[in-house]
Design a protein around this ligand. Sequence first.
Ligand code: GAP
Length: 453
Amino acid sequence: MSAPTDAQRMEKIVSLCKRRGFIFQSSEIYGGFNGAWDYGPLGVELKRNLKNYWWRVMVHERDDIVGMDGAILTHPAVLKASGHVEGFSDPMIDCRTCKAHLRADQLVEKKGVKQCPNCGGKDLTEARQFNLMFETHVGAAAEESSVAYLRPETAQSIFVQFKNILEVSRKKLPFGIAQIGKAFRNEINPRNFTFRSREFEQMELEYFCRPEQGMELLEYWKEERLKFYENIGISRANLNLLNVPDEERAFYSKGTYDIEYDFPFGRQELEGVAYRTDYDLSQHQKASGKSLEYFDEETKERFIPHVVEPSAGVDRTVLAIICEAYAEDQAPNDKGEMEGRTSLRFHPRMAPIKCAIFPLLRNKEPLVAKAKQILDLLRPHMFVFYDESGAIGRRYRRQDEIGTPFCVTVDFETLGEKQSDLRDTVTLRERDSMKQERVKISDLLELLLLRIA
Ligand code: GAP
């Protein structure tokens, strides 16, 4: 069997995501809603595992970062001051032949002539700026004074709450404020599955510092963030660092790099890390008239802190985790014959279900009772799944396909029917190697907790 092409691989991933309940098209029964996605029972677990792990390493395991959860509905003054109302736009071009709306950077160029990527048409409009923010109205009257925006990034609520959080947390520079939450952008062309969506989640850190620390901290976060991706199962070989050149950086940024991942559809941004200087806090101080200065008790200086911002996408990282984990190999079936196997080789830390528990036979009451006892033992500590239907091989295959790293089988040895020294032991099978080991039920919880931590 030849290896699938990247396009075929992506098609298989999208199909598996739907078939096994990771990701569905939003409003599918009404024909779908472009740019919006719903996460199913397994997708929501994977997404939560990712967000919880980000929160753990960015907030709980550090003394210098605190969290917040800001509102999505945003006062227009905030986004005027930040520059989004004026400038958060993409250049858009229409194809007069097929009527497609295109981002200017999506045009293809053949022999120096720009063409529509959909129909090859050359009859294109001039580029015009298209603001990506979703506008809404608050209250009953839909007049200009009631305009609000769905936030296009979580960052602005962090800047706006900077002073409150500084006061309540009593942190000293450098310190950070972290947030995970929804952001909305009216993307001209949502595409590549969940990669470019109109509604998505971000995991953002604003790490405030003294001006002279900015460049050094930009460097510091590089290794921290690369380590993070490795710790969720994304190999460094599939990550790339792109130093954003001066002419492409936001005018206020003194340095930016993107962390990119080699998706089947190409190398694309997972996270941007930007040294945003004191731009945002200065803008909000100017526009609100409220001081956003920091007072250094040692030097008695007052100044606006600078900020380094690692900003990652939840949905893009979930997609990268799935793409990285997707594997096809051969495994023996119940008759011992080799057959094709699809598995998701998730890092156990990210896997939606940590352990599946099977009684060898569903109609043997003592096996079922023991399996349920194990279910009750593990359930308070991790997300587990009980399955008694079908041959064991088929049950393994179903768990492999959704990325469950461990399966426990309760068999006649567990009941001590063959050898009394095997009483109260089970088979623990590992997904990738398919190796099986005999483990005492009394050791199971500790052993699994160590492997999924
Ligand atoms: N506060 C900085 C900021 O928002 P960004 O590069 O525009 O920077 C940060 O966004 C991250 O948010 C991106 O690296 C990406 O992972 C995610 N992101 C941005 N736009 C997205 C979209 N349309 N769909 C999915 N994720 C998106």
